[in-house]
Design a protein around this ligand. Structure first.
Ligand code: ADP
Ligand code: MG
Ligand code: MG
Ligand code: MG
Ligand code: MG
Ligand code: MG
Length: 682
């Protein structure tokens, strides 16, 4: 999450009075940043991951796996340890990981102590860095607590005890949830306020309905017996019975169901602002593809769902739009009809390169015209102005009264207030004031994987793909409406095996292949290279050159893409699209990498290859199978307390390499606990 200011958060009816103040000063702050740093260039590649964990407390007698609500204590302990390490080894501060709070009081987030560089050594240290962080956390929990990189807790909000200690959902004063107690939320004022103000602004509780996975004995229609339909504590309690909870669905009614999920995010520093915009655009169509491949969340509130991913849950869980904004009522008090939640896929491509045809931004994107004009009048180009003016249609949800007045030339809190609560698949991050950090792009769609081998594999895949995009000027543009459609498809059950995704057929720049025919020619890309191999992952590449021969955009956008399976997108198809992995192979060929290092990278790519061609299962498929073949499973879509316990035990055993799951992980995965010896002194 973004920064945690201390102070007095305003309730919604107060906060909304200051919305324009925050927006106006937020834009002023952005303009200061822009003026200072728009011409900054030459930043090297720095990048980092964020990994989120659920802390699970195992009760072996009761056979119950619960969420441990000790985040505050655990973080205090970990930060003390980390400070201790820092004290002992000032020479290499980058070894010292960081732990951060998250929305759920049972969650942790970790990041490397300082970002990785473009060196091949750093690329190879990602996995051990992740393992080190995991083992550090693990080592400082109670003996029966384990930090699991697990996307959604299967029995969050189910009947019985799912937190340690137990709390009653009756006390959910912020969310008014029927299922989640107040205490699952991080107690820092920001989080309960965010929860309550989203509900107040929206005018009702959030309402998410996931289709239930219909198994042999699932009652039809499925009317959820675990919903307290007749509860009468909070004013919204009637919503479930008045239509918010749909039959044949798993109904979720609180921010915690989404923001309480774990994910894997990556942030890359670009050479300059235009390269950041190019990378942002290049990765937009990749967002849904990697969501599908990383699918890891088929179990919700004690049931098996018919979806594999968290995305729609988290989008719905912070959907603060009013009925007017959602298009349910004519616009009267609100300014815009807004098609999406503030947590959703990207709405606009950003690059000013000629390859970004205006037709790709093909959806209705409301934006604040006064803000747009202000940015334009300041000299900012139309695309970036529209991007910012679109983010700024939202209201700031949490405002601290102490923070209203800021020095806009040295502060970016008001800008960040809006920026960091627009949670899209990609985030374009301007440099923070008073820091050496440059223009960055964050890749945010992936679900966290069970092991750090997998997390590292996905991280390395994305960083290499980002280099291939920039180096070869790969053109992945696809209308945003099709990217949105892909987001929906990515979450469907077994999207890897059965899904078809829109993807661009010919991605090489004109001149390097026969651009219009769709037959790509990788070798011609190499002919244009100077020959020498690079020693590290570079930043700062040449932008695409407008072709001399008049080739421009003669053909229609509809001819540029087709539907492909994930196997085809990653591994290519004969005589057609060469596959994302082939671009990475080409890119690796331009690097001077030792054979041993290359073999490690090859393993990561092998995981991606095998997941995408179906020879290894996604975590989602594996979990669904685990539940359905459990002796306690009744064929009724229910994930019982005992199944949940056994599943999470199995997840830990898989991570440690104690339990072999050859259908899920490659045979050479031997477990993540090997590095634990190295921290024995801590
Ligand atoms: P967020 O605001 O998304 O929660 P975090 O601070 O938690 O961001 O994590 C950001 C990630 O960016 C970390 O992995 C960190 O190592 C990495 N990072 C830090 N500095 C840079 C930089 N200059 N360029 C790229 N990545 C960076
Ligand atoms: Mg986080
Ligand atoms: Mg973070
Ligand atoms: Mg977060
Ligand atoms: Mg942060
Ligand atoms: Mg992040």
């Amino acid at each position: 999450m973004g920064l945690l200011s201390l102070g007095t958060p305003l309730p919604w009816n107060e906060a909304k009075k200051h919305a324009d103040h925050v927006r106006t000063h937020g834009i002023t702050q952005f303009l200061h940043t822009w003026d200072r740093l728009k011409d900054r260039s030459g930043d090297e590649l720095l990048w980092g991951d964020e990994i989120e964990y659920l802390v699970v407390s195992f009760d072996d007698k009761e056979k119950n796996a619960k969420l441990s609500l000790r985040q505050t204590e655990i973080l205090a302990k970990l930060n003390e340890i980390v400070d201790g390490i820092c004290h002992d080894c000032p020479a290499n501060v980058s070894e010292v990981p960081q732990f951060h709070p998250e929305y759920g009081r049972y969650m942790l987030e970790s990041t490397p102590g300082s970002p990785y560089t473009g060196s091949i050594n750093d690329l190879l240290s990602v996995e051990s860095n992740m393992r080190y962080r995991r083992s550090l956390a693990r080592k400082h929990l109670k003996p029966n607590e384990i930090p699991l990189t697990f996307t959604s807790f299967p029995r969050l909000g189910a009947p019985g005890q799912f937190t340690e200690p137990y709390f009653d959902p009756k006390d959910a004063v912020s969310s008014h949830s029927l299922f989640l107690p107040e205490e699952i939320t991080n107690p820092h004022a920001r989080f309960p306020t965010l929860t309550a103000n989203i509900r107040s602004r929206r005018g009702s509780k959030v309402a998410i309905n996931l289709p239930i996975f219909v198994d042999e004995k699932t009652p039809r229609p499925f009317i959820d017996p675990t919903i307290p339909w007749d509860r009468a504590i909070y004013p919204e309690d009637h919503e479930a019975r008045d239509g918010a909870a749909l039959p044949d669905h798993i109904y979720l009614d609180a921010m915690g169901f989404g923001m309480g999920c774990c994910c894997l995010q990556l942030t890359f520093q670009a050479c300059n602002v235009s390269e950041a915009r190019r990378m942002y655009d290049g990765l937009i169509p990749i967002g849904p593809i990697l969501l599908a491949l990383s699918a890891a969340s088929p179990l919700w509130r004690g049931y098996i769902a018919d979806v594999d991913c968290r995305w729609n849950v988290i989008a719905g869980s912070v959907d603060c739009r009013t009925p007017e904004e959602r298009g349910l009522e004519p616009l009267k008090n609100d300014r815009f009809r807004i098609p999406k939640s503030r947590y959703d896929s990207v709405d606009l491509y950003l690059s000013e390169d000629w390859v970004n045809r205006p037709e790709y931004n093909d959806t209705y994107v409301p934006y604040d015209e006064a803000i747009y004009d202000r940015l334009r009048n300041h000299g900012i180009d139309p695309l970036l102005s529209k991007h910012v003016a679109h983010l700024f249609i939202r209201d700031p949800i949490v405002i601290f009264s102490e923070n209203l007045d800021q020095d806009d030339s040295t502060n970016s809190d008001h800008f960040e207030n809006l920026q960091s609560t627009n949670w899209q698949t990609l985030r374009f991050k301007p440099p923070p004031p008073n820091s050496p950090i440059g223009w960055r792009v964050e890749f945010r769609s992936m679900e966290v994987q069970i092991t750090d081998f997998e997390n590292a594999a996905f991280a390395v895949f994305v960083v290499l793909l980002s280099r291939a995009i920039l180096k070869f000027n790969l053109n992945f543009y696809l209308p945003i409406s099709k990217v949105d459609e892909n987001m929906a498809r990515a979450q469907q059950r077994d999207a890897v095996g059965q899904g078809r995704f829109y993807f661009r057929k010919d991605v090489y720049p004109p001149g390097s292949g026969t651009a219009s025919s769709g037959s790509c020619s990788p070798t011609s890309v190499f002919n244009s290279e100077t020959g020498k191999k690079e020693k590290k992952l570079r930043n700062c590449f040449d932008p695409p050159v407008l072709p001399q021969n008049g080739f421009l955009n003669g053909h229609s956008v509809e001819d540029e893409y087709e539907e492909m399976s994930l196997n085809e997108i990653f591994n290519g198809k004969t005589g057609g699209f060469p596959g994302l992995l082939s671009f990475i192979q080409e890119y690796l060929d331009t690097l001077d990498i030792e054979p041993e290092a290359l073999a490690k990278i090859e393993q990561y790519m092998d995981l991606v290859r095998r997941r995408s061609n179906g020879s290894l299962m996604t975590a989602a498929t594996w979990m669904r199978n685990f539940v359905r073949s459990h002796p306690d499973y009744k064929g009724d879509s229910v994930v019982s307390q005992e199944i949940n316990y056994d599943l999470l035990i199995a997840i830990d055993e898989i991570e440690r390499g104690v339990r072999k799951e050859p259908g899920l992980l490659p045979e050479y995965y031997t477990g993540g606990n090997k590095d634990q010896g190295s921290i024995d002194g801590l």
